[in-house]
Design a protein around this ligand. Structure first.
Ligand code: 15L
Length: 272
C-alpha cells in the first residue's frame, strides 16, 4: 500500500485479544492509529496515540472519536456476561459511539458484530445476509442491537458501517466447530483494508469467516467489496482431529452454529 487510506484510524478494544493481535498490522492504513480501551495500553509506537475510554462515558467517547476518519470498533464486551456490563459497554457504549460519529463527520465504521447473532441456527444450515437473527446469548442480543443501531444511522444520516459478523478470530482453529467458523487474522486484516478502501460501503452484513471448505455462511452478495479471504480452516483438520476429542452429535458445540453460547444461563451479577 503506497498512500495510507486515512489520516487517523481509531481502534477501540485495542487492549483486547484481537486488538493486540492486529494493532501493529494496521499501521499502513493510516498516518496515525489511535488506540483506545478502558484497560491500559503500553508502549505506543511513533504512529500511535493512546486514549483511555469507558464506552459508557459519552464525553470520553466524544473525545475519542474526534479527529478520526475511520473506526474499527472491537471495543465492548466480547463474551457472555451478566446484563449490566453488556448494557453499559455494548448498548449505551454503541449509542455513544454513533452519536459521537454523527457529531464528528461520520467516519466510516467497521462494527465487530458476531456469529452469536445467529447462534441458534444449526450447523447443517447455510446462511445468507438476510437470514432471521437467532441470537444465542445476551451478548448476541447486544450485537443484534448494534447492527440495528448502525442500520438506523445509515438510513437516517448516511453513516456507513460494515456489520462484520465475526466467526472465531483466533490465530488457528481450536476445535471442530472452528473448522467452519474460523476467521484468520490475515483475512480479517484484508477485510478491514477492503472496508476502508471501497468507494461506497453502505451498511452491508459481512460474514467474518475465512474461505473454509466447511463454512456455513454465504458472502456472495459482496462481489463489489473486493475482499477475497485466502485461508481455509481445512488445512488444520488433521491436527484438530488428532488432538481435540470430537463432540457427540447432540452436544451444543456440534449442533448449533453458536456452540456453547446456546447453553449459557442468564448470568446474574452475583455469578460474575
Ligand atoms: C465471539 O463473538 C466472541 O467474541 C469470541 O469470544 C468467540 O466466542 C467467538 O465469537 C466464537 O464464536 O468462536
Amino acid at each position: 500500500m503506497n498512500q495510507p487510506l486515512m489520516n487517523r484510524l481509531l481502534l477501540t478494544g485495542a487492549a483486547g485479544g484481537l486488538g493486540r493481535a492486529l494493532r501493529a498490522r494496521l499501521a499502513p492504513l493510516a498516518r496515525t492509529i489511535r488506540l483506545a480501551d478502558i484497560a491500559p495500553i503500553a508502549d505506543p509506537a511513533p504512529h500511535e496515540e493512546i486514549v483511555t475510554c469507558d464506552l459508557a462515558d459519552a464525553g470520553a467517547v466524544d473525545r475519542m472519536v474526534q479527529g478520526c476518519d475511520g473506526i474499527v470498533h472491537f471495543g465492548g464486551v466480547s463474551v457472555e456476561m451478566p446484563f449490566p456490563p453488556i448494557l453499559q459497554a455494548n448498548i449505551l457504549g454503541l449509542y455513544n459511539l454513533y452519536e459521537a460519529a454523527r457529531r464528528h463527520g461520520q467516519p466510516r465504521i467497521l462494527f465487530a458484530s458476531s456469529n452469536h447473532t445467529v447462534g441458534f441456527w444449526k450447523q447443517t444450515d447455510r446462511l445468507g445476509p438476510d437470514t432471521t437473527l437467532r441470537p444465542d446469548s445476551l451478548y448476541g442480543v447486544s450485537k443484534v442491537f448494534g447492527e440495528a443501531l448502525a442500520r438506523m444511522y445509515f438510513e437516517k444520516f448516511g453513516q456507513e458501517t460494515a456489520l462484520v459478523r465475526v466467526g472465531s478470530a483466533t490465530p488457528a482453529p481450536e476445535d471442530h466447530r472452528m473448522l467452519a467458523s474460523w476467521l484468520s487474522h490475515d483475512d480479517l486484516l484484508s477485510l478491514i483494508e477492503a472496508v476502508f478502501r471501497v468507494e461506497r460501503l453502505g451498511c452491508p452484513v459481512i460474514w467474518g469467516a475465512s474461505a473454509n471448505t466447511q463454512g456455513w455462511w454465504d458472502n456472495s452478495h459482496l462481489d463489489w467489496l473486493g475482499w477475497t479471504p485466502r485461508d481455509n480452516a481445512e488445512t488444520f483438520r488433521a491436527k484438530i482431529e488428532a488432538t481435540v476429542p470430537r463432540p457427540a452429535p447432540d452436544e451444543a458445540v456440534a449442533l448449533y452454529q453458536g456452540g456453547i453460547f446456546t447453553e449459557y444461563p442468564i448470568y446474574q451479577e452475583k455469578d460474575a
